[in-house]
Design a protein around this ligand. Structure first.
Ligand code: SF4
Length: 300
């Protein structure tokens, strides 16, 4: 059944001049048919450069919005439109406007896991791989950082600036517990602990390396015969085993799963190619403002 769907997807993709982009947390089925797999920053860069007319974006809503902001003349399709990121919905624009009024001399740095209208109120965006670089690049000593309180605090300790947090969190990474990390370390005493910076600062203390998913893959490819406890969404472990099979990868004793990332199935990709929808389109006025905040980050 899957092979039938896959061959239809391949055929339609060619016929309609489409490209499939997938986030590192997508299910193995989707990763296997994607033309490009990456983290938020890598997917944002690719979206701005694609030559195809249609982008089938296998990820969550804010990522498809970002693709549309960067490639407004392409048709950006999110096969399951309710695949959304709860963290991106935790901070709305009124909260940002209010905080900006309170701290008019601060620079607003927004994690890309945010809605387009929040990005439109932002000075510069960041991702988990470039957050420190972005924060260091801005001229002010005061930073309004949103929406991930954990990423913000995990980078703030390396940056001598004043941070004002507008607090949201990733429900997948925020609820990883100290006892889970301790017992994984006991099970695999000679393994490195590689974590995503969306974990709580208390948990981040156990990390040998705090890396974005793209950073984890790059790191795993540079070493050989290592053991690693991977503290992020399980989709990344699938990708690591495929792309860097010479190391061993363990989870924390359970699969860490983002249900939203797992909403897109092969059949949804096929339907979206057949119907050329659902299309994600950001309102023009918001798009132009949001573009500036992403573009500043990409220029870095
Ligand atoms: S893993 Fe967390 S931040 Fe990423 S999409 Fe899922 S809920 Fe959002």
């Amino acid at each position: 059944m899957n092979s039938e769907i896959i061959s239809k997807i391949t055929e339609l993709k060619k016929k309609k001049n489409a490209i499939i982009l997938a986030h590192n947390y997508q299910s193995p089925d989707i990763q296997d048919i994607a033309d490009f797999i990456g983290d938020s920053l890598e997917l944002a860069r690719i979206s701005s450069q694609v030559k195809e007319d249609i982008i089938i974006f296998c990820g969550v809503f804010f990522m498809a919005e970002t693709a549309n902001i960067l490639a407004p003349h392409k048709k950006v399709i999110l096969p399951v439109p309710d695949a959304d990121c709860p963290m991106a919905r935790m901070v709305d624009k009124s909260l940002v406007i209010e905080t900006k009024k309170k701290y008019p001399d601060a620079t607003v740095v927004t994690y890309v896991n945010s809605t387009a209208d929040v990005k439109a109120l932002t000075d510069i965006c960041c991702t988990s791989s470039n957050a420190i670089k972005v924060v260091n690049s801005v001229e002010t000593d005061k930073i309004i950082f949103l929406p991930d309180k954990n990423l913000g605090r995990n980078i703030a300790r390396f940056v001598p600036k004043e941070f004002i947090f507008i607090e949201g969190y990733c429900p997948v990474h925020n609820f990883i517990y100290e006892n889970e990390i301790k017992s994984a370390k006991e099970r695999y005493p000679d393994a490195e602990v590689i974590m995503h910076p969306e974990v709580e600062p208390l948990i981040a203390r156990y990390a040998d390396k705090l890396l974005s998913t793209g950073g984890m893959i790059k790191y795993a490819k540079t070493v050989r015969n290592r053991k690693m406890i991977i503290v992020t969404e399980e989709g990344l472990i699938y990708r690591l085993r495929k792309d860097a099979p010479y190391n061993e990868y363990y989870n924390i004793g359970r699969d860490i799963v983002c249900q939203n990332m797992k909403k897109i199935r092969l059949i949804d990709v096929l339907n979206s190619l057949e119907n050329e929808g659902p299309v994600i389109k950001v309102d023009d006025e918001i798009r132009v403002k949001a573009y500036n905040s992403i573009e500043r980050m990409l220029k870095l």
